[in-house]
Design a protein around this ligand. Sequence first.
Ligand code: FMN
Length: 180
Amino acid sequence: MAAGKNILLGVTASISAYKACDIITDLRKLGHEVTVVMTKDAQHFITPLTLQSFAGREVISDFFSVEGRVKPIHIELAKKSDLILIAPASADVIAKISHGMADDVLTCTVLASTAPVVIAPAMNEKMLANSFTQENLKRVKDRGMKIVDPIHGHLVCSDQGMGHLAENASIVKAVTDALR
Ligand SMILES: Cc1cc2nc3c(=O)[nH]c(=O)nc-3n(C[C@H](O)[C@H](O)[C@H](O)COP(=O)(O)O)c2cc1C
């Protein structure tokens, strides 16, 4: 089993962002280093301090916050990451990645990286079923990115539905498989 890899975990603005804590713990138990990059809006759902405490290292959320940084952070991250996992992945970030957009640290790093990318979407049932989202998911799959399919479960907006973030075990397994 591949261990001791540098995994970049992208956390986006989903109600399931808190689950990133357990994902970090599970990946670290397997011997991996986890660097968290969170989107600006993700900070409404979970604090950088919480994720930093689980990851045991600095959490990165914007290009311009670190004074004295000489090299562009997304290029450094892209070079050192053996795999990029985005969990939870919002409809927004999937749309951006599928169109090659690069307007924050996470999407820039994806664009600058040649590492495998694993995406675990989480969103409202109708957002997931929307043909735009389905097309965007197909586009990223066609580019070789791995999707960990969301499941039927509790959603914040309705009692039950498709769009619930996949179980952590499935996400960690997808990472392990992609690292092989
Ligand atoms: C309470 C709440 C929960 C949300 N949950 C989700 C979600 O699970 N998935 C999703 O795609 N968007 C969700 N959104 C909308 C995103 O937060 C919004 O599209 C955001 O701008 C995405 O930012 P990001 O992709 O840069 O992280 C939610 C919004 C709110 C207010």
